[in-house]
Design a protein around this ligand. Sequence first.
Ligand SMILES: [Zn+2]
Length: 344
Amino acid sequence: MDMTRRPRRLRRDGVRGLVSETTLNASDLIAPVFVDATTEARVPIESMPGHERVPVSEAVARVEEVLATGVEAVIVFGVPESKDERGSRAWAEDGVVQEAVRRITAETDAYVITDVCLCEYTEHGHCGVLASDARENWEERRSDPGVAGGARTGGGLTVKNDETLDLLARTAVSHVEAGADMVAPSSMADGQVGALRAALDEAGHENVPVMAYAVKYESAFYGPFRDAADGAPAFGDRRHYQMDPANGREAMRMAERDAAEGADVLMVKPALPYLDVVADVRREFDHPVAAYNVSGEYAMLKAAGEKGWLDATESAYESVLSIKRAGADLIITYFAEDIARSLP
Ligand SMILES: [Zn+2]
């Protein structure tokens, strides 16, 4: 046995920190904030213990809680007072995100990112304008509540891609005009980054960065978020526009495309089941890489912690550290406040 190599020499107290390769800082973390126009009081999100939907009047207070932990950035999601077929409350000047962002940016120093999508604003819960066959199926289903299960869309595309781009661009511009510092398109429409970039530039917001949900998988780990943001599809699923979890090489093509369209930050979502993809994007691109440690990744640790099966605080730290080690510079996580509070 070759005993010249004894890695334990560097695991002793005093030297462990000197040779540590990865450090998690509060400034790496982005906390999601849910603002809900349908409520006057804070509503706990059952499947995400510790998180709440807050009314617009509480948005500043909620962000101040985040800032008090040392986390400096938030990503804002909205639940509108009403939904329609096209999701028009997404780009309304007096929409829930616009009102909240106006207050947050006026009254706090938080760096404010907004999620740009339509699924929380459309009655059907899809991330864009419905294709006609999908709409017929849906209307049939609505008029006959006896029809069970997810309506099929004839194998066709659920959402019309190009018609959706204009609505996403309008939404992004309205967020920036309300004060958003960065916009993050998440609908997975082809061309969404280019469409936002062009619209922002045209409106004189050429200095506002776009964080692309470049690599977003059709994941079972989004479940609790759909409770939080009330954005579950009324029928069908999102496999026609989100990525197949089987595909890693395709992720490079997605990131390449978004980089070419002007993305400033490239995101991978979810994080933990896709650390290989985070590492690949880190290696192949020199852009900052973001990873979204999603609601299901949060809920499973919290649930196991509540049962006493593992230590939720320590396992959360280890999870988020692993996301950074894989190559993420920015980490969106529901653990942001917990982790920031526990940092030395
Ligand atoms: Zn969406």
